[in-house]
Design a protein around this ligand. Sequence first.
Ligand SMILES: [Zn+2]
Length: 455
Amino acid sequence: MTRYAQLTKIVVMATFSLVAISCSNYGGDDDGPPPEIMSQPASTAAPTAEPAPPPPITASSVETAGGKCTEKTQIMCWEWDDVAWEQVTKDELLQAIGNCAEDLDVCEAFNREFGFRIAKRNACKQTDSEECWEYKSYREFVSIPPERSPFPPPDADAQGEATRLLSAGWNRPTSIPTTYVKTADLSEDAISEVRKGVSATEAYLGTYGPLRVFVVGTDVSATEPIVQDFCSWAHSASTDNFNSCVEHDQGVGIREIAQFQGNNGFAQHSSSLASPTQSFVIGNPESGSGNKIAVHEYVHIYQNAHLLYDEGMPRWLEEGSAEFLALYLGDQQGWGSFKQEMEVALATASRLRSLIPRLRLHDIETEQLRDRVLAFCGRCMGQLQFETGQWATAWLVRKTSLDTFYLSFLQDNASLGWIASFTKHFGLTPDAFYIEFDNFMNLSLEAQSAILSTP
Ligand SMILES: [Zn+2]
């Protein structure tokens, strides 16, 4: 593969690998250098007439925002603005591939990628499917503050449940070894891949559970014993929850992994059982990054072992820190390059900032806020939770240490709640962090990459 083909590939990986909102897309491989930092030409855009001032933003105008723009003064809407979109795309390609005027090979790679995106954008104008969110132009996102719940919640039932979980040892390491089951169409090697990831993570974080891992292949008919086993492990047998699991919820998810030959995964935290259990499901680990995905899912097991109430913590913290540690431990194990993968993630997170002005991590802190973002730009959510969340984790690890993040902050979520634990261990409130992290994301790629430590 030529150097320019590699560079182009990174661009494609960075912007077109749709990261699903659940932990379901970990495709892509590791070869290829990080994107180069190239100087950008000055903007050639002609000056425009002074725009009319926007209408005042009111609570109701924010709540009803979203959808395609129909008026010039409308806020929080999207449109097919060719000039604006092409500028964002050119800026990004310039940074990732290089200046077209400098080298014929670079120029060819640039034009090929730009042409591909124009064609995709033209198709999107016809279909407007959910994959098309990256081809639109967005007016500024308007933030509203999160409604934070008190910790611990005043509800007596919730406190009783937390006490029960503590006495059941939910947040303490267990001596019960993790067990693995697989569908009959997979070889033992499939389990071996997953076990490598889980073992590497248990060695760092400890063994939590009891945990059972379900490994799914591609034969849908072979999934039935696994569906029964999973639903029995995660729910009380013969209850409505069990039946719903088999027929509607995770049972369907397991069958679909086989049907679509997915290599995604999902975690389950059955804390309400009389004897609480944990579990995760992973598909076709030998078809791509099974060991790394196993680390990611195991981090979710560990995070949730230190959550005693429904509120939990923000998704960007959950997903960002799960993926960060998956790449970090994966590099230590020789499964991929932490630095390269993080730089690909940075390119994606940076492009999101250009594409959707003012959209930030704090806009998805609570489920209510997430709904606003989903209504505004749909799958953009994945890039906030994953790639941007990975870099938020990197920033917090750089400010303190890997151990402070994973062994102190996450563990103290159980007794302090995430906000107090965050403030105690990172030395600033989440709100102060959002401001500092936003400033960090405005730095040069070189300065941003410099905060990464060597695994
Ligand atoms: Zn995840």
